[in-house]
Write a protein that binds this ligand. Structure first.
Ligand code: ADP
Ligand code: MG
Ligand code: MG
Length: 934
C-alpha cells in the first residue's frame, strides 16, 4: 500500500490495496530464503495473493485461484528476484536456479501427466510475463512451447486432430520467432497470408491441416533465413530461451515508457510463469475470452467481455477476428457460461474489487488463466466503489482505497455542449471504449501526436489499431479512435486506464496511415482536420465541437442540482468518507474570490496560499502597479499604493468571505518587480516606432522613462534576485499597504459577524532577521489599523519555508513565525539548484539516463528536498511545539507527495482548486497507509 499511494496515475491496482490488510501475513510469506521458483497445481500453491512483489500479479493470482480450488492449469512461477539476477549476471541464470526450474518442471510433468518434448504425450506450456503491476501488452508471452517436428505428430495422434496440432505449432513458431529470435512479425504474416491467399481462405480457421503444414514449412524457412539457424527443436532449449526473452522484454522501450508514465520502478522486475497449455483452438466446442465482472468504462454492474470460438491466446485482443459479446456464450455453451459466472462472482467477492479475467474453454471444460483487479475509468472507479459499499462487499474505508485519486480528474473533464453536438451529423459509430468528449486535429502516428501537442495543438490519434508502441502518442492525445479491435483491445484498455476518451472498432472508417488520411461515409479526412467524438455513445463527427463542463463542475458551479446528478452524489459520498479518514487538513491555493468559492465547493476548508500579486494583474490595475514601481521616491510610491489599497482590500474581503471563516493565508508580494513591467525588447521597438512617427513627444518620453526603469530593474538571475521578503525589506511601504488591506478586510468581516483570523505570510525568508524586520512592520500597522477600526482581532504572522537556509535554521525562524508553509516549488529549485523555468531542457534526458526517476517539481524528491522539509518541521516544532505547518507548493496536490507529507506530520496540504478532490482522497489514503513519523 505504501507503494500504491506513492505512485501517480496508476488506477485500479487494487490487489495492492488488498495486501494492505495483511501486512503481517505478507511479510511472513515473503518467500523462503534461497527459494526462487513457486509451484501451483493440484489445488495447492506455494504462493498466494499477498505475494505480488515476488510472484507478480499474474503469478499471485494463479496461486490464489489454485488455492481456492478453481480450475487453473498447473504450472510454476519463476519469481521476480530472478529477473534482477538475470540482469546482474549479464543475461545469465545461475546453475542453482536452473536446477530449481528443472525440478519444478518435473513436478509439473507429473501433475499434467505428460512430458515436455514427448513424442506420444507431449506437455505444452505457455511462458508468460507478469510483473507486480499489470502492464497490458507491454511484455511478451509465448504459447504452445514444447512443440517440435516430432511432438507435433504426437499431439496430432493423441488428439486425433491434425488441424489443431499444426495450428498450435505455427502459432508457437510465430511467437517464438518474433519474441525470442526477434524476427519481425510481418515476415511470418507475409507467409501466412500467402498460404491463405493460395487456398482462397478468408479466416485463419478456414485453413486445414495440409495448409497449416505448409505454413509451418514456410515458417521454418523464415527462421533459417532471418536467424541463420534452424528452428530450435530441443524443448529445454526453447524453454530457457523463452524465459530469457521474457526477462529481456522487461527492458524493451515500450515497457520502459509505460513504467515512466505510470511511475513504476524499473528495479522490481518481472516474474515468468510457466504453465500447462489448455487449448481453445481444438474446434467448435472450444474457445477463449476475456472479461470483467462489471463494466470498466461506466462502472455499471453487468457482465462484460468478449470471446471467440476455436481460438487461442491473444486472438480476442489482436483484432484478427471480431469477437462475440461474452453474454452470448450462454447460448453456445450454457454449462461453461454458468460456471464462469459463478467463478468470477466469487473472485469479485474474494478480492473485493472488479475483476478482469481470462479464460479458455477446451472441449467445453472451463479453465481460468488470469484474474486481476480491472483497470477502469475514473467514472467507473467511483461508481464501482460506491456500489461495492452499497452491496456491503466493502466498508467505506475499503471503498476509499479503491479509487485512484488522480483518476478523479477524469470526472471533471468537459463534455460536449449537447445543443452544438446535435447539430452535426454522425459520420460513423464505433465501440464506446472509454467515455469523455474529445475534439482535436487528426494525426496518424504517435510521434506526430507528440510533436503536434508540443506545438500547442490538440490532437486525436487515429489508427487502424493501436499497438503498445503507441503509448506516448496516446498519452498526449485528446482521444483515440481506431478502426478495428474490440472493447478489450489495446486501445480500449489503455484508453480507459489513461482516462482518454476512446472509440475502437469504428469499422466505418478506412484508415490510410501512410497517406495520412481516412475515409468515412464518402468523405476524406486528412491530417490536421478537426474531428470530435463522444466516447460514451461511440459517435464520431467531422467538426470541432465546443465542450461544456462536466456534470460535477455543473453542480459545483450551481448550474445543476446535486440531487439531479447521480455521479456527483457518488463523488461526494466517496470524498465524504475520505474526509473521515484523513488527518491532514485540505486548503486551496486561490488568489481571487471566485477561485476561493470553487475551492470551497470542492471541499477545501481554508486557503494555504493567496498570492497577492495575482490581484495586481486584475483589470485596470497594472497601470497603478506600474506607477508604484516607477516611483523613484517614497512619496510617489505611497501615492500609488494608496490607490492599490482599496482594490486589495476588496479582494481580501471576498476571499475571506468565500472561505466562510476557514483560515486564509495571505502572502505578501513575492515576484521580482520587473514581472509587472513591459519587456525591454518590446519597449525598444515601440520607442523606435514613436521616434519615426515624430510627433508623439509625450508618449515617447513616457516610454523612455519606462525603459530606463526596466533597465534599472534588470537582473541577471531574477529568481535569486530582488524578490520575496527582500522587496518588503527595501520597500516597507508595500508590506504596510498589504497589511492594512488585510486587517481592514478582516476587521470589517469580524464586525459583520464572521470570525476571521488572517494569516500573514512573508515569503522567501532564509534568515530569522528578515522575518523579524517584516513582522515588526506587520505588527505595527496591524495595531494602528485595529485602533482606527475600533476593534481588536486575532491574526498570525508566519513565513514560507522555501529557502534551504530557512529550513536548516527553522528553530530560530520559529521563534518569530507562528506558522510555516513549505513553498516546495522554490525549495526544490533552490535545493537542486535547478531553475524551474529551464529544467525542461534537460529533465527528459535526466529521466532517460535514469539520473532522476520523476520530475522533482511534480513529485517531491523525498530523499533530498524531503529531507530539508523534515529538518524544517523537526527544528520548527522543537522551538514552537504548536507551530502550524502546511505545504503550498504544487506538490500539495500530488498524491505521492501528499503521502510523504503525511509521514512528516504536516497539518495540512494546499492545492489548486481543481485538485482539491484529488488531495482529499490522497490524504485519506495516506493516513490509512502510513503513520506520522514513519
Ligand atoms: P498478457 O499479460 O499480455 O495478457 P498472458 O500471459 O496473459 O499475456 O497471455 C496471453 C494470452 O495467452 C492470454 O489470452 C492467455 O489467456 C493465453 N494463455 C496464456 N497461458 C495459457 C495457457 N497455459 N493455456 C491457454 N492459454 C494461455
Ligand atoms: Mg493476460
Ligand atoms: Mg516561492
Amino acid at each position: 500500500m505504501a507503494k500504491k499511494a506513492a505512485r501517480k496515475n496508476a488506477p485500479a491496482a487494487a490487489a495492492k490495496k488488498v495486501a494492505v490488510k495483511k501486512p503481517a501475513a505478507a511479510k511472513a510469506r515473503a518467500g523462503k530464503a534461497g527459494k526462487h521458483v513457486y509451484f501451483f497445481g493440484n489445488g495447492k500453491a506455494d504462493g498466494d495473493r499477498t505475494m505480488k512483489d515476488l510472484l507478480g500479479g499474474k503469478g499471485s493470482g494463479l496461486a490464489e485461484m489454485t488455492n481456492a480450488g478453481l480450475p487453473v492449469p498447473p504450472g510454476f512461477t519463476i519469481s521476480t528476484p530472478v529477473c534482477t539476477i538475470y540482469y546482474k549476471e549479464k543475461a545469465h541464470i545461475p546453475a542453482a536456479i536452473d536446477t530449481e526450474i528443472a525440478d519444478h518442471l518435473k513436478k509439473l510433468e507429473k501433475a499434467a501427466g505428460a512430458q515436455l518434448g514427448s513424442t506420444d504425450n507431449p506437455l505444452l506450456v505457455s511462458v508468460r510475463s507478469g510483473a507486480k503491476f499489470s502492464m497490458p501488452g507491454m511484455m511478451d508471452t509465448i504459447l504452445n512451447l514444447g512443440l517440435n517436428d516430432k511432438s507435433v505428430e504426437g499431439l496430432k495422434s493423441r488428439t486425433q486432430n491434425g488441424r489443431f496440432a499444426f495450428d498450435s505449432y505455427r502459432r508457437f513458431m510465430q511467437m517464438f520467432g518474433s519474441v525470442v529470435l526477434e524476427i519481425p512479425k510481418s515476415a511470418f504474416e507475409h507467409e501466412f497470408d500467402g498460404v491463405k491467399a493460395s487456398r482462397g481462405a478468408k479466416l485463419d480457421t478456414d485453413l486445414d491441416e495440409a495448409a497449416l503444414r505448409e505454413v509451418v514449412e514456410r515458417y521454418k524457412g523464415v527462421v533459417k533465413k532471418k536467424s541463420g539457424k534452424p528452428f530450435p527443436q530441443d524443448p529445454m532449449e526453447q524453454l530457457k530461451a523463452a524465459r530469457d526473452a521474457v526477462f529481456r522484454s522487461w527492458m524493451n522501450p515500450r515497457a520502459q515508457e509505460y513504467r515512466r508514465i505510470y511511475d513504476i520502478p524499473d528495479h522490481i522486475g518481472t516474474a515468468v510463469n510457466v504453465q500447462m497449455m489448455v487449448f481453445g483452438n481444438t474446434g467448435d466446442r472450444s474457445g477463449t475470452g476475456v472479461g470483467f465482472t462489471r463494466n470498466p468504462a461506466t462502472g455499471k454492474k453487468e457482465f462484460y467481455g468478449e470471446f471467440l470460438i476455436n481460438a487461442q491466446g491473444e486472438d480476442v485482443v489482436a483484432g484478427v477476428r471480431t469477437p462475440q459479446p461474452i453474454t452470448q456464450l450462454e447460448q453456445v455453451m450454457p454449462a461453461a457460461y454458468k460456471q464462469l459466472r459463478d467463478i468470477t462472482t466469487r473472485l469479485e467477492k474474494h478480492y473485493k474489487d472488479i475483476q478482469d479475467f481470462e479464460f479458455t474453454i477446451q472441449d467445453e471444460k472451463l479453465y481460468m488463466l488470469q484474474t486481476r483487479s480491472g483497470k477502469r475509468t475514473g467514472h467507473a472507479a467511483v461508481v464501482i466503489a460506491t456500489d461495492l459499499a452499497a452491496e456491503k462487499l466493502v466498508t467505506p474505508k475499503e471503498a476509499v482505497l479503491l479509487v485512484d485519486p488522480e483518476s478523479l480528474n477524469q470526472l471533471l473533464a468537459p463534455g460536449f455542449d449537447q445543443n452544438e453536438w446535435k447539430k452535426i451529423p454522425v459520420a460513423t459509430k464505433g465501440l464506446p471504449a472509454s467515455p469523455g468528449a474529445a475534439s482535436g486535429q487528426v494525426v496518424f502516428s504517435a510521434d506526430h501526436a507528440v510533436e503536434w501537442t508540443q506545438q500547442g495543438k490538440q490532437v486525436i490519434l487515429v489508427r487502424r489499431e493501436t499497438v503498445p508502441d503507441d503509448i506516448h502518442g496516446m498519452f498526449v492525445s485528446q482521444g483515440i479512435l481506431t478502426a478495428t479491435g474490440g472493447m478489450t483491445s489495446h486501445a480500449a484498455v489503455v484508453g480507459r486506464q489513461m482516462g482518454k476518451p476512446s472509440i475502437v472498432g469504428a469499422g466505418g472508417i478506412e484508415v490510410d496511415e501512410a497517406g495520412k488520411q481516412f475515409h468515412v461515409s464518402g468523405k476524406t479526412v486528412r491530417e490536421g482536420d478537426w474531428i470530435s467524438f463522444d466516447g460514451l455513445s461511440g459517435e464520431v463527427k467531422l467538426a470541432r465541437v465546443a465542450s461544456k463542463p462536466s456534470e460535477i463542475l455543473q453542480v459545483i458551479n450551481g448550474q445543476l442540482k446535486a440531487a439531479d446528478s447521480d455521479i456527483y452524489q457518488r463523488f461526494d459520498r466517496i470524498l465524504g468518507w475520505a474526509d473521515k479518514f484523513r488527518r491532514m487538513g485540505i486548503r486551496a491555493n486561490a488568489d481571487l474570490p471566485d477561485q476561493a468559492e470553487i475551492a470551497y465547493a470542492f471541499g477545501a476548508r481554508g486557503i494555504g496560499l493567496c498570492r497577492t500579486e495575482h490581484m495586481f494583474f486584475g483589470e485596470g490595475r497594472i497601470p497603478v502597479v506600474q506607477k508604484m514601481i516607477l516611483a523613484d521616491n517614497e512619496a510617489d510610491r505611497r501615492k500609488a499604493l494608496d490607490e492599490l489599497l482599496p482594490l486589495q482590500r476588496e479582494d481580501f474581503y471576498g476571499v475571506f468571505k468565500a472561505m466562510k471563516g476557514s483560515p486564509v493565508t495571505i502572502r505578501t508580494i513575492d515576484p521580482p518587480l520587473h514581472e509587472f513591467l513591459p519587456k525591454r525588447e518590446e519597449l525598444m521597438v515601440e520607442i523606435v516606432r514613436l521616434e519615426m512617427a515624430g510627433n508623439k513627444k509625450k508618449e515617447l518620453d513616457e516610454k523612455r522613462t519606462l525603459l530606463a526603469r526596466v533597465e534599472q530593474l534588470h537582473e541577471f538571475n531574477p529568481m535569486l534576485g530582488h524578490r520575496g521578503v527582500r522587496l518588503g525589506i527595501t520597500y516597507p511601504e508595500i508590506t504596510e499597504m498589504q497589511t492594512r488591506a488585510i486587517i481592514e478586510a478582516a476587521c470589517r468581516l469580524n464586525k459583520e459577524g464572521l470570525k476571521i483570523v488572517p494569516e500573514i505570510m512573508i515569503p522567501l525568508v532564509g534568515h530569522v532577521k528578515e522575518l523579524k524586520d517584516q513582522k515588526a512592520v506587520v505588527d505595527r500597522v496591524a495595531a494602528e489599523t485595529m485602533q482606527a477600526q475600533g476593534i481588536k482581532i486575532k491574526y498570525l504572522v508566519g513565513t514560507m519555508i522555501e529557502v534551504p537556509r530557512g529550513a536548516m535554521t527553522a528553530d530560530q525562524v520559529a521563534e518569530e513565525a507562528q506558522f510555516f508553509s513549505f513553498g516546495t516549488n522554490d525549495l526544490t529549485q533552490l535545493t537542486f539548484g535547478f531553475s524551474r523555468d529551464d529544467v525542461g531542457k534537460f529533465l527528459r534526458i535526466y529521466q532517460e539516463k535514469k539520473i532522476l526517476d520523476k520530475d522533482p517539481f511534480a513529485t517531491i524528491d523525498t530523499e533530498g528536498v524531503g529531507a530539508v522539509v523534515r529538518t524544517g518541521v523537526n527544528l520548527g516544532r522543537k522551538a514552537r511545539p504548536d507551530l502550524k505547518i502546511g505545504v503550498c507548493g504544487e506538490h500539495g496536490g500530488d498524491p505521492a507527495s501528499i503521502h510523504f507529507f503525511e509521514k512528516v506530520g504536516l497539518d495540512y496540504v494546499s492545492a489548486s482548486p481543481y485538485r482539491i478532490p484529488v488531495a482529499r482522497l490522497a490524504a485519506a489514503q495516506a493516513a490509512l497507509a502510513v503513520k506520522v513519523g514513519d
